[in-house]
Design a protein around this ligand. Sequence first.
Ligand SMILES: NC(=O)c1ccc[n+]([C@@H]2O[C@H](COP(=O)([O-])OP(=O)(O)OC[C@H]3O[C@@H](n4cnc5c(N)ncnc54)[C@H](O)[C@@H]3O)[C@@H](O)[C@H]2O)c1
Length: 261
Amino acid sequence: MTDHPGLRLDGKRALITGGASGIGFAAAKVFAGLGARVVIADIDEGAVRAARPDTGAIAALTGDITSADDCAAMTGAAEAAMGGLDILVNAAGIAQPHIPSEDLDADTWRRVIDVDLNGAFLIAQAAARRMLPRGAGAIVLISSICAQGSFPGRAGYGAAKAGVDHMTASMACEWGPRGLRTNTIAPGYTRTPMVADLIEKKAFDPAVIEARTPLARFAEPDEMARAMAFLASDWASYVNGAVLPVDGGWGAFAAAGAPAG
Ligand SMILES: NC(=O)c1ccc[n+]([C@@H]2O[C@H](COP(=O)([O-])OP(=O)(O)OC[C@H]3O[C@@H](n4cnc5c(N)ncnc54)[C@H](O)[C@@H]3O)[C@@H](O)[C@H]2O)c1
């Protein structure tokens, strides 16, 4: 039997976008705790600076993933700060206000596609441009349970996340032969500031979500971070092009009503 040490990220250098809040913040803490060097980046300058000491990251960068220039600058600065770049986690993203499609204005549609799809593409592309010449690296993106089925009132968000799933396959096939793995997690409802805001706006009833989820609860951000750590680590050395549901069984349930009754 081969001796398998516990999952570690020692020696890995990771850039984590969206690191000021929620899943990105949790990912930074988990990755640093597993031995990685971490740089966090976020569009919110004050929040990313304030978050840094709590994450264990060695630097905090400000940038917008919808800007190709910012993506080039963030990956370059991360590489300079850490002496290289082995892992990109893109956890930057936004929610879409729950609006029926006939009422959804063009700017709101464009904004969610811009951040959640175009931004994911641009930051992954910028990281890949730095990793491909070295012939190694791991990219982890974020989709959603909204990618695979309809969540009425969230057409733009679902389309953006479905785009991320497809893009993951394209990148995995283009970059895999050159040593770069690309994977995505598809979270279920996770207790982050984004979800707290949606609950406050009464976008959904948390009790209904819990009843619809086979594990009968929301996820904690840490549970997303651990799945991302697996995909980023050498433990996932043969995982490429995967969209991993981390959803408490949400996608497994297809019957009417709720799993418990
Ligand atoms: N929380 C959930 O239940 C859930 C479920 C499925 C998918 N997701 C996805 O996970 C990702 C993270 O969500 P979260 O819940 O942690 O949200 P969050 O709001 O807590 O954190 C998102 C972070 O991204 C940053 N950000 C937003 N736009 C940016 C931009 N253009 N450039 C750089 N940074 C930007 C924000 O400032 C924030 O710090 C999103 O893509 C979201 O769609 C979340």
